[in-house]
Every structure is written in C-alpha cells, then in structure tokens.
Design a protein around this ligand. Structure first.
Ligand SMILES: [Zn+2]
Length: 305
C-alpha cells in the first residue's frame, strides 16, 4: 500500500530569478503600454468589497471549518484514504493546476492546499478560502467525469477561492453591519476576528452571485487549459450537469451552480482566449479516465492517452 504525501507538500512554490525580474523590468521600460495585454481570460480587478475583512481571518475560518468537516466525515469513515484511486487522481490533477494559482492571487503561494474525497453520493465539490478542496464521490461517479471535466470543476472552485469571493461576500455583509464592527474588521481590532468567524459559519454552503460564477467559469477554464486539460470540457461538463438534473438526483452542486444556456455560451465564447494556452501546454503524462470514469468505461485500456 502506498501513501501519497498531501498534494501541497509536493508542490514547489514558483520563484522568479533575479535575472528574470531584471529582464522583466527592462522590458517594462522598453515596451509601450498595451504591449502587456495578458493572454487568457479577462475578468477585471477583484472586488473592493473583499478588502473590508482580512484575508487572514477568512482563511483561518475556512481552515477551521474544513478541519471540522473532515473530522465529521472521518467519524463516519467517509474520508477516502490517500491511496484511494480518486484521491490519487484528484491530487495529481490539483498538482498540475496549483502552479498557475498565484497568477490570480499572490497569497496562494503560501496556501497549504489540501485535496480530499468525501464518501457521499452528493453531487458536490468546493474549494474553501486558503485552498481547501473537497470533492464528493457522487460528483465523480454519477457524472462519470473525465479528467478534463474534473480539472474544469477544480479550476472553477479554485477560482472562487483565488478571487476571494467568500471574502467579498463577508465584506458585503460586514458593510451592512455598522461602522464600529466594520472598523474592527478592517483594522483587525476588538471583535473583528469573532465577527469573521460568525460570518464564515456558512463557508461550506456559500452561494455566489452570477458575476462571481461567470468569473469562476472563466478563470477555471484558463487554469485547466494552462495545466494541459481541455477547456472544451467546460461545455460537456455543464451539459452533463443539466442532464443529471433532468434525471433528478442529489444535485447539491446545481443548487449553488445553476446550469443553463447562459453559462455554457459564456464558456464557449471564452474558448478562443484559452485554446492557444491549452495547445501549448504540456499535457498530463498520466490520465485516469478509463479506470475511473464510471461503470460504462472498460475496465482496462491499452493506450494511455
Ligand atoms: Zn461556482
């Protein structure tokens, strides 16, 4: 029996060498503005509302809640062990996506990413602030997800964390709660921490607005593309979700992520921005589709794609 170390311990933080940064500085001076239009999707700057509560406090609340969720699941023997095939698969995929996370949020360099699989038939997955990822077995098995589709969901959920959508929501809630508490939250004084803990009570079941969902879709397909996973799987994924919904099922995910033509057409419209990234990206040396896509897949496959 092999024991894989957790994904975060195997991911080296990226470093820009001194020469590279000197070169970048020289280029910044040499090139006219506009020459640095970023390749990939464009989602604009992060929301100012997220600045109203401290990222440290939000991430601390998420850490606590994630640990509590794991503990609860563990007491029911519902946390998949590190050598579980789906855990190995998800951690392999996460390792390919994580190096591109810091482009979206420099804090991600310090995050201790965790990826776990919960033995529940619920169709659900999330990434809490600070990089705490969980997939429920239901979403993997009932939707018979391909590796590309797993990468799309993971990228989408990571995007919520990287773009600090939970922090933004807490900021909005805090903004409605009067200046004294708000001041405490901004300066980290008095009961600010407790307030964030209170606001964070629902981190596991947070529902984001449509703008945040669109943002997560776009950032998610870009993360997947850069990691060598086909961003077109965004379309097949949401079609599968919609089909599963029509069949009726335990679609926790769809209650927070309505699937519809708008979402799919938004992804389709962004594909030209990310397909070149995908085409250039090194592809995953190891794929798990055949073995883990579900009972319709043949048990064994001769060519590893
Ligand atoms: Zn979402």
């Amino acid at each position: 029996m092999t024991h894989e170390p957790p994904a975060h311990s195997r991911v080296a933080p990226g470093r820009l060498g001194r020469r590279a940064s000197a070169l970048a500085a020289a280029l910044l001076i040499a090139l006219p503005s506009g020459a640095f239009a970023r390749e990939g999707v464009d989602v604009g700057p992060p929301s100012m509302m997220s600045k109203l509560v401290s990222a440290d406090q939000v991430e601390a609340a998420a850490r606590q809640q994630y640990a509590a969720m794991l503990q609860e699941a563990s007491s029911k023997h519902a946390v998949a062990p590190p050598n579980h095939p789906q855990v190995v698969r998800l951690r392999t995929i996460a390792q390919r996506l994580i190096p591109f996370a810091e482009d979206w949020n420099p804090r991600a360099r310090e995050w201790r990413w965790e990826v776990n699989v919960i033995g529940s038939r619920q169709i659900n997955a999330f990434c809490m602030p600070g990089g705490k990822i969980a997939f429920f077995l239901g979403i993997l098995e009932q939707l018979k997800l391909t590796d590309d589709e797993v990468a799309i969901i993971m990228g989408h959920e990571m995007a919520h964390a990287l773009r600090e959508h939970a922090r933004e929501q807490m900021g909005k809630t805090a903004a409605t709660r009067g200046a004294i508490e708000l001041g405490a939250a901004i300066f980290g004084l008095g009961n600010g921490g407790r307030m964030v803990a209170g606001l964070g009570g629902q981190l596991l079941t947070l529902r984001f607005g449509r703008a945040d969902e669109t943002e997560a879709d776009l950032v998610g397909i870009e993360l997947a593309a850069r990691a060598g996973y086909d961003p077109r799987a965004g379309v097949s994924l949401w079609n599968k979700m919609a089909a599963a919904n029509r069949r009726g099922g335990n679609l926790e995910f769809l209650s927070t992520h309505p699937s519809g033509p708008t979402r799919i057409s938004g992804i389709q419209a962004a594909l030209p921005q990310v397909m070149p990234l995908y085409e250039r990206a090194p592809k995953p040396p190891r794929r798990f589709d055949a073995a883990l896509q579900g009972d319709e897949a043949p048990p064994r496959r001769s060519s590893g794609r």
